[in-house]
Design a protein. Sequence first.
Length: 358
Amino acid sequence: MRHFTTSDFDFALPPELIAQHPAAERSASRLLDGSGPEPVDRVFRDLPGLLRPGDLLVFNDTQVVKARLFGEKPTGGKLELLVERVLEDGTVAAHMKVSKKPPAGTVLRMDGGFEAELLGRWPEAHGPLFHLRLSGDAYALMAAHGHVPLPPYIAHEDSAEDESRYQTVFARHPGAVAAPTAALHFDQALLDALAARGVERAAVTLHVGAGTFQPVKTESIAEHVMHRERYHVPQATQEAIAACRARGGRVVAVGTTSVRTLESWAQSGEASGDTGIFITPGFGFRVVDALITNFHLPRSTLMMLVSALAGHEHVMALYRHAIAQRYRFFSYGDAMWLARPAGVPASALGCWCPCTSM
């Protein structure tokens, strides 16, 4: 098998193709059908025609929180926090942008009139994040005083449009600092059309972290340390996957976060936990048969994931087509429809996952 390096997942993208705002209507985005040998240009609302009765769409129902908080040190120096996760005891783990990092014990004055006490590093003394205690309920303070954590390649400050559109219509569980962007294209009319088509729906939860935007900095893929995110696969979803397998349907992941959740569950046997799964070409998929996904950053772990599912050469050819046809890229951009090579479902490849034992 070919040995891939990070450079194999690089490509040149004209900056003007990075979408700065969403399409006027969610389902009016373009959809690049990459399920066959040649690309086909479609519109996202064409999706029901690409699915079959009995297929199962698996969505990520995480909710993006207004995780960007601004404030200042006692000295008056300005700072920004990006809350990565709220911990079980109500404290938070956050990224901090500041000219000089304050020591543990410092009480930060935050915009909105609340305080954040710096407890140290998380998860341990030399952890990558800062551990803080806010002077109130973290979710309530973020909702009242926070800002939408837009990706670094979106140039404008967050607005009312972002608060509405950088969120799926079925978001339920707060905890993400980035949206599961493939799901942003679904509106109620499209969901109704899919139901009328006989396509089933199920949900998982993966709280997307800021690490999703990080490029792989090592040329050797094996040297990359994957970020970790919290996930949960409900019992109802496990049963829906088992039923889909029994009737011969396809499990279609809506977004790479759904892929990571489902394959983490299959790999570990654990329905809930923290996952650092790193899916690269050669990965043995156990659950996912097809994928709906946006276009991803070059040299990113997500480029490696989609290449693992649909084939590296095929994916890179689709990206060249998308650039030539002026598709819109990244979080507010257009989408792709990908299937496993030759349409072979994971279940036909000796799949093991917890659903098979039900």
